[in-house]
Design a protein around this ligand. Sequence first.
Ligand code: 13P
Ligand code: SF4
Length: 330
Amino acid sequence: MFEEDIEKLGYINHQIDGGIDIIEEIHTCRKQKNAVILGHYYQKVEIQDIADFIGDSLQLSQVAAETKADIIVFAGVHFMAETAKILSPEKKVLLPDAKAGCSLADSAPAEEFKKFKQNYPDHTVISYVNTTAEIKALTDICCTSTNAVQIVNSLPKNEKIIFAPDRNLGNYINSITGREMILWDGACHVHEEFSLERIMELKKQHPDAKIIAHPECEKPVLMVADHVGSTASLLKFSGKDSSKKFIVATESGILHQMKKANPEKEFIAAPPKDSSCGCNDCNYMKLNTIEKLYTCMKFELPEIRMKEELRKKAEIPIVRMLEISKKLGL
Ligand code: 13P
Ligand code: SF4
């Protein structure tokens, strides 16, 4: 992906003048180019602080669909920037690091999914937005972790459904809705790494803390959680709930907004199974740096490009998701 852009940027990255004020330069570029910076909650703190909009994947796709900016700089991962391009094809969409992928999106290769789908010809396909455009083109309705339950419930009770690609989110929705959706066997390497044992040890040390978890976590972690929800939902819950302490089982970037909004509360990042790895950080999300944000805005690279035929097919399930979400006030 973007081989040419990566090659050019390899050269450009060596051209940053050490004396410049990167933050000032980003502000200037943003103004001069009428660009908007969208930042996911899992981004590095300095990127979150300079973004025009911070949000989860649903909130950012809603902004991307409606922005009046000429350039969308998507500080997130590839499937998010690709979704923005699908919704706003006339705009230039930039991703600070072209290698910012997603293990969950990678767990559903389009050719294999196409064959899988052929086994269930009378099923409706609901896909989490954490997928490639090729998977979206094979999908009837998209969803995010914020609206997944409502999107599934918007279909008749007897509708046969394939849910892709996250098996943990799919299992969670099955348990909430009482449906028996067929699940694609994919997962996110960050959310699967949380250790129930280590979370329970933490809970022993902090019995007054509430456990809050993203639905991409495995079932045992979700079962001990006081609240399960998307990153935006976890942020909202931690603000409204009367508890003063939270053990947070999702990517650690969200802790920045939690602490900012609730300086009097304590937020503890849930630990991964392997204590030697920082698995509660998404290595893809964290590829974006403030320096790359600057070079990407200055040189307008790497840019998301897509064949119009694919874009049109991938747009249908995303627009359906946005319409249902709007109707439901999400
Ligand atoms: P959200 O829908 O909560 O933004 O999740 C995105 C994501 O990448 C989760 O791992
Ligand atoms: Fe993908 Fe997981 Fe990273 Fe989210 S946290 S972008 S699902 S790899």
